[in-house]
Design a protein around this ligand. Sequence first.
Ligand code: ATP
Length: 491
Amino acid sequence: MAKTVLIVDDDPTQRRLMQAVCERAGYFVMQAEDGEKAIEIMRTDAGRGVSVMLLDLTMPKMGGIEVLEDLRKFNVDLPVIVLTAQGGVDTVVKAMQAGANDFFVKPASPERVIVSINNALNVTTLKGEVSRLKRKAENAMGFSDVIGGSGALSACIRMGERAAASGIPILITGESGTGKEMFARAIEGSSERSGKPFVTVNCGAIPDNLVESILFGHEKGAFTGAVGKHAGKFQEANGGTIFLDEVGELPLEAQVKLLRVLQEGEVDPVGAKRPVKVDVRVISATNRNLAEEVKAGTFREDLYYRLNVFPIEVPPLRERRDDIPALIDHFIGRYNAEESRDVQGVRHEVLEVLCAQDWPGNIRQLENTIFRAVVLCEGAWLSADDFPTLTAAFEAAGVAGGPPLAEETDEADGMPIESIAATTPSRDDPISVLDREGHLRSLYDIERDLIATAIEMYNGQMSEVARRLGIGRSTLYRKVQEQGIEVRRAS
Ligand SMILES: Nc1ncnc2c1ncn2[C@@H]1O[C@H](COP(=O)(O)OP(=O)(O)OP(=O)(O)O)[C@@H](O)[C@H]1O
């Protein structure tokens, strides 16, 4: 999703110029004609969508420094880039002291403006990523780290929040990669055990003969190879939480011992004379049907009831497709930060195909797909070419790869532009409202054809195109960007 820039300037010409520069780089734009209006916007819901502010320092009524000071009282994080007519050191120092992130002296080149905005956004993303990793390292992740607001996920989050408020044993079920461990971490981070140890055990990955010693510990010499005393995962997790992933894979003997830990709150290290008291919250997870395992005799019924006191089922991604755009945005931000890349988002038509996939490997698969796409991407927006494993899906949807969006220009720059959309109709082929089977085409498709036709008819004169279509130029640029209408300079 494109980020939004709020332009605050009392000069309408400056605002229009900046708007054109930002929109050409793929940003959404909001405008405020004075400082008071800017503060008003930032205090509303619309302000929450703003990612960076371009702020003129010299304005009547409320100057830029005053705006900054006011803003920092309720929003310390928003990156603010100040514009000044005079490059006096004093003014710049004052602005930086008031919390500006960067400055430039007017008139600035479009490249300078965009580099400054991109840098500010990259710093925000990096800060977010650092704080997420810090929370993870400190076992203090919360439900705000769980991305997605679909109905299916929200219900799960509400359950998780309730469970976090008590010490009740939780069984998280769901397909592989749906985020079961992430939920377990969010539960611990939202509970009074936040910041305490969080120990993950993949029960399916431990050899049968070592399960007991790894979970419950052993004394020196308890068995051949036990050269030293070992505390085991439960003692390691003392005071915090143990996450037993794939709990259905535990051998029956270990299941008996686990039941004892849950009932008595103590572990029996192998070869030890006395049990050891532990205070551990148990969260277990499985992608198997444990009730079936109980019927088949491979999982103890008493342990099943003990673990399954508070079940939470994390739905597969295909049942919460509404979450896909936000997850993609999140992963683009993460991999931009990790790989020092500057990908802005996904082209609209590409996003549609991504949302339509079933993602059998769930969020893990989506995450890895975005990681690879960010590394492959050569432009600012992820295109079909960046998803080589989904070529067939893009072909079936009629989505072509193609070069990255070229920089647009308009009549103000004295350079005509021409637009070529995959579906651009010619002038002799008026836009049809019906498809080949005689059914109504979607509004989206008709609109895209109309815009492409208008750009072609009016030779890329964007003001004229916008006027003819009866929409603002910023809306026109946004639609061109969103609808993947390729725009390139005429030769
Ligand atoms: N809601 C979410 N928001 C952001 N990232 C998520 C979300 N859910 C899962 N992830 C990410 O997806 C990846 C897989 O998640 P996780 O390991 O929690 O899944 P799992 O269900 O425990 O998988 P498995 O069953 O294979 O162990 C992780 O990198 C995790 O950070």
